[in-house]
Write a protein that binds this ligand. Structure first.
Ligand code: SF4
Ligand code: SF4
Length: 212
């Protein structure tokens, strides 16, 4: 996604940018699947905006696309976290990529920028041992979706945690097309709605899954 559209977040511009990328990325995976089928291989489109049978983030981590950040999104070492993911699933012998350790998950243990700016208080202070491991074997940070989603739904898909993340290309103060930007976004924080599932007993139960 273009960093310039996240200079004020959440905003109408940032919401439109989310949907623009969901749409164009969806078109891309559909075209990729059509090309693969034209070569004679059946495959399935796993669209980025939800009509999907798989979770893109664990696959992206296994493919070495980045590391899992405290905010629950993948952080690419140079692109940062401002992107969306779509997939095409098929059975075919391919060269295999591997998870990477670029020191990002370790950095998250001391940086708390996303947690500080999350208006819904959904980003945790500590890793949760009962929530399974990330691709490097670290205990995962568990974002409280019962707090995040009500805010996300009311405020332009929120996304504050992405542009405030220090892993962005903003140190150059311009985006990939040369557009000059601010170093840090203007963050608009409103009072959060009530959490969806405040009763801890009713929250998702995270099994001790090992996804290595
Ligand atoms: S999208 Fe907004 S509410 Fe959800 S975790 Fe990120 S900053 Fe918090
Ligand atoms: S803002 Fe800091 S703690 Fe949050 S995901 Fe980015 S690097 Fe990690």
């Amino acid at each position: 996604m273009r960093w310039r559209e996240f200079q004020v977040v959440p905003s109408r511009e940032s919401a439109i940018e989310c949907l623009r990328v969901y749409f164009t990325l969806g078109e891309t995976v559909i075209q990729l699947a059509a090309y693969i089928r034209s070569l004679g291989y059946p495959c399935t489109v796993e669209h980025p905006i939800g009509d999907s049978d798989l979770l893109h983030v664990p696959i992206g981590l296994k493919a070495g696309f980045g590391e899992l950040g405290r905010h629950g999104s993948i952080i690419h070492p140079t692109l940062g976290p401002l992107f969306r993911m779509g997939s095409v699933a098929l059975t075919l012998d391919l060269a295999i990529d591997h998870p990477i350790d670029a020191g990002i998950a370790k950095f998250c243990d001391t940086c708390r920028a996303c947690r500080k700016y999350c208006p819904a208080h959904a980003i945790p202070d500590q890793r949760t041992p009962s929530a399974g491991k990330d691709h490097l074997g670290n205990d995962r940070y568990v974002v409280d979706t019962g707090r995040c989603f009500p805010y996300f739904a009311k405020h332009y898909y929120c996304s504050i945690c992405l542009p405030v993340c220090v892993y962005n290309h903003k140190e150059w103060a311009r985006d990939f097309e040369g557009f000059t930007t601010k170093l840090f976004p203007q963050v608009v924080m409103e009072e959060p709605p009530a959490p969806v599932d405040p009763d801890p007993a009713r929250r998702h139960q995270y099994l001790k899954l090992n996804r290595l």
